[in-house]
Design a binder for this molecule. Structure first.
Ligand SMILES: Nc1nc2c(ncn2[C@@H]2O[C@H](COP(=O)(O)OP(=O)(O)OP(=O)(O)O)[C@@H](O)[C@H]2O)c(=O)[nH]1
Length: 581
């Protein structure tokens, strides 16, 4: 048989570095290990084959040779394939482990020293298992020069290509542990994002998070089956034999969840409304495939099997186009989707190409897909956080619009009442005083100068009041030409000079109206908060005081009578603002 040249160490290291870059979380398998150089040969299984006859054919050089260090695809055949793996000299007779990576979903049987042993992901009978690969501990009695014969059982599906390694036991243990750390980290990241998204979905009652959680969970599940992580180390023995059903079902569900998630996340309704229909159809179609696959009706199962791959390809293109269109039309989230999802799509496309015999050197694609899942989960979570931020910003704007008077931009009556109520409800004993302001003869001003001039006057008054008051004072527009200001921590005696200042300030305002300027004045009622007061009762007393100010000639401040002893002279209750010259 023609001797095959194995890849030099530098090449292998280069491939490992590619894995590091693409895998992002690549911890262990990225480090190159000095595996024994191997020769490989194979042929399809025939009906009257015996292991001895196959080995004899191998020794006679009649099998098809291949390089075990590269990914090798054994065609789907009815009976399966024989594979012979032999070390190149110098032979190592120490403790060795033969590994098959990535682990095939079908069973492989090793025949050595006249004994057979089955290797399968969902085989829980053997004590020692490889993680993320099939592993067989070579018996010490088998000489290093002896070829190892394997029989790959026929697979109903197109089988993924595999590569073989023969490693010293210690080196294998180290690589196995590194892979476990790497895979656990990837799965932990994805699981954390799923749990976080579920909490958000429940708390915020936003189904986008639920679709996201479903999508990432399905992807995790697919990776868990493909890498064998669910079987070893998780030992989900109940899943044994179910992989051929559970795998395609999880794939179809993940596409359905991804479609529903991306539709809401990228706001297709706003940015690409026409693409919503095919994407909803894709999600519905995938769910139908799941139902057909689980129906146990042979015809439906067969049809579902045939439709899955073409629909996957169409779906991938559709989601990609929709995301690009939405991103181009201004959807921020679509960029997050593209950043997280495109690497995974590329990896999936490359893995599919490998199933058809391309890219045999890229043996890191499977682990990179695992890391790609974790990377995507993080990027999409960042996208969801960004979306929450944008929604909060929009909500703040709406809230501000709802709380503020459109003309004067001070708090409107509802918002002012709410905030004043919570201030009064805050039980800390402290003085609180309310000013009730009503512009004088405003109807006259409107009638003479027009409604627009009246509006300008209201805006100018609101600005003047806001400037004159402290930021902590609660200013609001209570009605047409009525304003209220709640002065927290202020006694009526302290509030009177403030109210007088406001009175003067309003009276000094110059509101241009045609050739002349308007003269404004305001009457202010002052009332102190008493025990058991609510906003309504406090406003009522301040309103009464304001009427008193009106009755006394307007353009003045009046303190509500009950808040000062009846014996007090009228002076401190009534502040008259001098008429403007
Ligand atoms: N321009 C303008 N006018 C308003 C607005 N809201 C209420 N008004 C007017 O304010 C006037 C209030 O008139 P009245 O309640 O009779 O009070 P007044 O004319 O100020 O008289 P006194 O309060 O007794 O001094 C009415 O003519 C309302 O139409 C507004 O947003 N813009």
């Amino acid at each position: 048989m023609r001797k095959l040249i194995t890849l030099p160490g530098s090449d292998r290291r280069w491939r490992s570095w590619c894995g590091l870059v693409l895998g992002l979380l690549w911890l262990g398998p990225g480090v190159a290990h000095a595996a024994t150089p191997l020769n490989g040969a194979w042929r399809e299984v025939r009906a009257d084959d015996t292991p001895q006859a196959v080995l004899a054919e191998y020794r006679a050089g009649r099998l098809k040779s291949f390089d075990p260090s590269l990914l090798q695809r054994f065609p789907r055949s009815i009976a399966g394939s024989w594979v012979v793996i032999a070390s190149q000299p110098p032979w190592d007779n120490g403790e060795r482990v033969l590994t098959i990576y990535p682990p095939p979903l079908s069973t492989a049987t090793v025949i050595a020293n006249g004994e057979t042993q089955s290797l399968a992901l969902d085989d829980f009978s053997v004590a020692a298992h490889g993680h993320g690969r099939l592993a067989w501990r070579v018996p010490a009695t088998l000489p290093g020069s002896a070829p190892i014969l394997l029989r790959f059982e026929p697979s109903p599906r197109l089988s993924a290509p595999v590569r073989f390694q023969l490693q010293p036991w210690n080196e294998y243990l180290q690589q196995d542990a590194q892979w476990l750390v790497f895979a656990s980290a990837c799965f932990a990241v994805m699981l954390a994002m799923v749990l976080m998204a579920l909490c958000f979905a429940l708390m915020l009652r936003d189904v986008t998070y639920a679709w996201y959680a479903g999508y990432i969970f399905c992807y995790m599940f697919i990776q868990g089956i493909q890498t064998g992580f669910l079987f070893h180390p998780l030992e989900w023995s109940w899943l044994s034999g179910m992989a051929p059903l559970a795998g395609p079902v999880a794939v179809a569900l993940s596409v359905a969840f991804a479609s529903l998630f991306m539709m809401r996340f990228c706001e297709l309704q706003r940015y690409a409304p026409l693409l919503r229909v095919p994407i909803v159809a894709l999600a519905v179609g995938m769910i139908q495939l799941v139902l057909m696959r689980c129906s146990q009706i042979a015809l439906l199962v067969e049809v579902a099997q045939i439709l899955l791959n073409p629909l996957l390809m169409i779906g991938a293109v559709l989601l990609l186009v929709a995301a690009i269109v939405a991103a181009a039309r201004g959807s921020r989230q679509a960029w997050f989707f593209l950043a997280g999802w495109t690497p995974l799509l590329l990896l999936t496309a490359m893995t599919s190409a490998q199933v058809n015999g391309a890219l045999p050197q890229l043996d890191w694609l499977n682990d990179a897909s695992l890391a790609g899942g974790a990377f995507e989960a993080i990027v999409l979570s960042l996208g969801l956080a960004d979306r929450a931020l944008v929604l909060r910003h929009d909500r703040d704007i709406v809230q501000a619009l709802a709380d503020h008077d459109a003309l004067t931009n001070v708090l409107n009556r509802r918002a002012w009442t709410e905030r004043a109520s919570s201030l009064l409800a805050n039980g800390t004993p402290r003085p609180i005083t309310l000013l009730f302001l009503d512009l004088d003869h405003f109807k006259l001003l409107n009638d003479r100068q027009g409604h627009n001039a009246g509006d300008r006057a209201l805006v100018a008054v609101a600005q003047a009041l806001a400037t004159e008051l402290r930021p902590s004072d609660l200013l609001g527009r209570y009605g047409g030409e009525e304003f209220v200001a709640l002065l927290d921590g202020t006694t009526p005696q302290q509030a009177m000079p403030v109210a007088t200042r406001l009175c003067r300030r309003v009276h000094r305002l110059e509101i241009p109206a045609g050739d002349e300027s308007m003269l404004l004045s305001v009457s202010i009622g002052v009332a102190a908060c008493q025990d058991g007061d609510d906003v309504e009762s406090l406003v009522e007393r301040a309103d009464q005081a304001m009427y008193e100010a009106k009755l006394n000639g307007r353009n003045r401040v009046c303190l509500y009578a009950e808040t000062v002893p009846p014996s007090a002279p009228i002076g401190p209750r009534l502040h008259i603002v001098k008429k403007r010259e």
